[in-house]
Design a protein around this ligand. Structure first.
Ligand SMILES: Cc1cc2nc3c(=O)[nH]c(=O)nc-3n(C[C@H](O)[C@H](O)[C@H](O)COP(=O)(O)OP(=O)(O)OC[C@H]3O[C@@H](n4cnc5c(N)ncnc54)[C@H](O)[C@@H]3O)c2cc1C
Length: 397
């Protein structure tokens, strides 16, 4: 059996490995020229953590994980701490099954894990974008590959081209949550690194929130989240560095220094969920953010991408004909959709706590975080945060 997987991210690499272990020949087509070095810190817990354990990659993930003791909120004017989230208590709330991972590290561990598959069963092609017109032309290399495949997995992220080819324009399915998020990593700022090494610091601010943390290789990472409507909307002609400087300039002096060094093309995208009535057509199926994005507000997108891909391949892996594949894809949707919907609902609920829209909700968040140092409140808050929402900068309280 032959599969083509579009996208070498979380869902794509997991799908490729698991299909190959089930005896499939897999080609992975990735648009980027290689694994991406840039990224952001992620909380990794929940169903994807369980899947990673079953896949046997947890020991490696533990090796590359960061130790984050706490997330500190600071007053952007004074730099003084206003509240904090204790990560050890979070970890306890999920029985210690929580890792802080940089996205590129998670991707590299998944890439290395392809070595578990039989020799030559997975081929990853970088610099190989999916393109709908080439896909429709069976004379093209891409079209030929797809025509030969028993299964095509569209794991090409939230702005999936495979989804567009199957079901139409993304405006029907991508549901913006009113926020944008940006992230990038800079080199050559040793003083900032010294100040933020081992720390994850967020401004305690309304409508825009800037985060900074030091990485183990001496680089410094920026995480910026902002409300579109409260920050003059989005001018399509404005490039991302200019927009980020406009929105965040003057907020807090360490952030100004990060903004000075913003690369020309940082990650800067809408925070959104993906909801669509069907996830497959014939033998082409969507996986990961392309069909089930929960958004960073739910804090489990990568975890869900891995867990969903594991379920997909568990059901499709043993299939040996088109009817069985089609039936298995229906079953994946039946089982997995309710899980996704629950995480998406939690993500939507978290929006105002993640990024308070007014001072009242900012103070409320501060109060709840402070109160969580009391044992009774602590148990409730920690369980609520770990239950469905992102930890760093986003609490579900
Ligand atoms: C700032 C931020 C913080 C986050 N924090 C967390 C967190 O704490 N915990 C968590 O679990 N999740 C978190 N997430 C979400 C998580 O990153 C995503 O949900 C996850 O990466 C989705 O995996 P995926 O494989 O579906 O897509 P992606 O990881 O986006 O991978 C898609 C791949 O497809 C490739 N591709 C795209 N188009 C094409 C094409 N036409 N042809 C070929 N290849 C293509 C891309 O280059 C990419 O490699 C966060 C996201 C952001 C933005």
């Amino acid at each position: 059996m032959r599969a083509v997987v579009i996208g070498a991210g979380m869902a794509g690499l997991t799908s490729a490995r698991q299909l190959a272990l089930a005896g499939w020949e897999v080609d992975v087509l990735e648009r980027a020229d290689g694994p991406r070095a840039d990224g952001y810190m992620m909380d990794f817990f929940g169903l994807g953590f369980d899947a990673a354990e079953r896949m046997g990659i947890l020991p490696r993930l533990r090796e590359v994980a960061y130790r984050i003791g706490e997330v500190e909120y600071v007053d952007a004017r004074t730099g003084k701490r206003t509240a904090s989230i204790d990560y050890d208590r979070f970890a306890e709330a999920v029985d210690g099954r929580l890792l802080s991972l940089m996205r590129p590290d998670l991707e590299l561990v998944l890439l290395d894990a392809l070595a578990d598959a039989p020799d030559g069963s997975v081929r990853v092609h970088y610099g190989a974008p999916y393109d709908a017109s080439a896909a429709a032309d069976s004379g093209s290399e891409l079209g030929g590959r797809l025509a030969d495949a028993d299964l095509v997995v569209g794991a090409d992220g939230i702005h999936s081209s495979v989804r567009e080819a199957l079901f139409g324009d993304e405006t029907q399915f991508v549901q913006p949550l009113g926020l944008r998020a940006a992230a990038y990593v800079i080199d050559g700022a040793p003083d900032l690194h010294a100040e933020f090494d081992g720390r994850f610091v967020l401004t305690d601010t309304v409508d825009r929130q800037a985060g900074i943390y030091g990485l183990r290789d001496g680089r410094v990472a920026a995480f910026l989240a902002y409300r579109e409507d409260a920050n003059d909307g989005l001018d399509p002609h404005e490039d991302a560095p200019t927009r980020l400087r406009r929105v965040f300039g003057g907020l807090w002096h360490p952030i100004d220094r990060l903004l000075e060094r913003c690369p020309p093309h940082p990650y800067d995208d809408v925070v959104a969920q993906v909801v669509l009535p069907r996830w497959h057509r014939g033998s082409t199926v969507l996986a990961g953010d392309g069909c089930q994005a929960v958004s960073l507000l739910a804090g489990q997108g990568a975890s869900m991408a891995i867990a969903g891909a594991e379920l997909l391949t568990e059901l499709v892996g043993p299939c040996r004909d088109a009817d069985a594949i089609e039936a298995a894809l229906g079953e994946v949707e039946r089982r997995w959709r309710p899980v996704v919907e629950e995480k998406q609902a939690a993500g939507r609920r978290a929006a105002n706590t993640f990024l308070p829209p007014d001072r009242f909700r900012l103070l409320l968040r501060r109060w709840v975080l402070r109160a969580s140092s009391l044992p009774v409140v602590d148990a409730l808050v920690m369980r609520s945060i770990a239950g469905g929402t992102g930890l760093k900068g986003g609490t579900g309280i």
